[in-house]
Design a protein around this ligand. Structure first.
Ligand SMILES: NC(=O)c1ccc[n+]([C@@H]2O[C@H](COP(=O)([O-])OP(=O)(O)OC[C@H]3O[C@@H](n4cnc5c(N)ncnc54)[C@H](O)[C@@H]3O)[C@@H](O)[C@H]2O)c1
Length: 277
């Protein structure tokens, strides 16, 4: 085998769907063994069975808000595959861009508690559960960040604050865990996944896929410089491979790779556009 991650072992939270599942499959294709962690046992089972090599994929049903369950996932990974090289902290929920003025105080408080518990505390507790094993292997943590880690309007105030918090968490842990463990982020742009809304607002069954489904022929492209780039999560996995590989990214820590169609070079109001080129 000649992958970028031969013999590597990873644990991916939220690995049963979306970008987490795409990264899990890509890691296996690159030679790694992977534990996927998620809430939905049936979804996890299906992801293992259809992976490029089910023998190198293990599933753990767990909630990222529960430290004991995260520790169990790390232990099972080490028992099954012998070590842990990379934690991908990824499980998350979205707020469907629910703005401040559309929420009352009770809704806002419940939304904050739910979203920060999954998106921020879930990353922090996963790092706490994994760091000792990562020190052993001189491994790394990769956090799924977002365009909302840098820019407004990728969520409402609660999601945007949560993803800004994850950027700070990534940078702080990169400082604290150096030189033994590298910590980086992949700031993804819009992906057509199953990203759900908050149960506290009755949006637990609503998926971001519905927003993409509304984009039919004749719909203007999103105002991104690379507006013709893919929204398939499989096309966002390259940065996760790069950052997991010691050979390819050994000196990189505390950095976010933006994989977002160029939000940061959109211009003062809109993309200048090179479609005529
Ligand atoms: N889809 C996008 O447009 C987009 C853009 C930027 C960033 N992101 C981020 O990507 C990450 C993955 O989301 P996705 O788009 O692949 O959506 P997804 O819903 O397909 O994946 C998220 C996974 O996390 C799991 N999960 C949710 N809460 C959990 C919990 N408490 N414990 C364990 N697992 C839990 C879900 O069951 C799901 O499998 C999230 O952090 C999200 O904020 C998504």
């Amino acid at each position: 085998m000649t992958g970028w991650l031969d013999g590597h072992v990873a644990l991916i939270t939220g690995g049963g769907s979306g970008i987490g599942r795409a990264v899990a499959d890509r890691y296996v294709t690159e030679g790694a063994s992977v534990t996927i962690l998620g809430l939905d046992q049936a979804q996890l089972k299906e992801a293992v069975e259809s992976s490029p090599d089910p023998a190198r994929m293990h599933a753990v049903q767990a909630d990222v808000r529960d430290s004991g369950q995260l520790h169990r996932a790390v232990s099972e990974t080490v028992e099954r595959f012998g070590k842990l090289d990379t934690l991908v902290a990824n499980a998350g929920v979205w707020d469907f861009q629910r703005q401040l003025t559309r929420l009352n105080a009770d809704e806002l408080g419940a939304l904050f508690d739910e979203l920060f518990a999954v998106n921020v505390k879930g990353y922090l507790l996963a790092a706490e559960a994994a760091w000792r094993e990562l020190v052993e292997t001189r491994g790394s943590i990769i956090m799924t960040l977002s365009n909302a880690s840098f820019h407004v309007n990728g969520g409402g105030p609660v999601y945007t604050a949560s993803k800004h918090a994850c950027l700070g968490l990534m940078r702080e842990l990169a400082y604290e865990l150096a030189p033994k463990v590298r910590v980086n982020g992949v700031a993804c742009g819009g992906m057509n996944t199953d990203l759900r809304g908050p149960a506290s607002l009755g949006m637990g069954d609503r998926s971001i896929a519905g927003s993409f489904a509304k984009r039919g022929p004749g719909t203007p492209p999103p105002p991104l410089p690379l507006h013709d780039s893919s929204t398939d999560p499989r096309d966002f996995t390259g940065a996760y491979v790069l950052l997991a590989s010691r050979e390819q990214s050994g000196p990189i820590t505390g950095q976010a790779v933006c994989v977002d169609g160029g939000v940061g070079v959109r211009g003062f109001t809109t993309a200048a556009g090179g479609d005529h080129l």
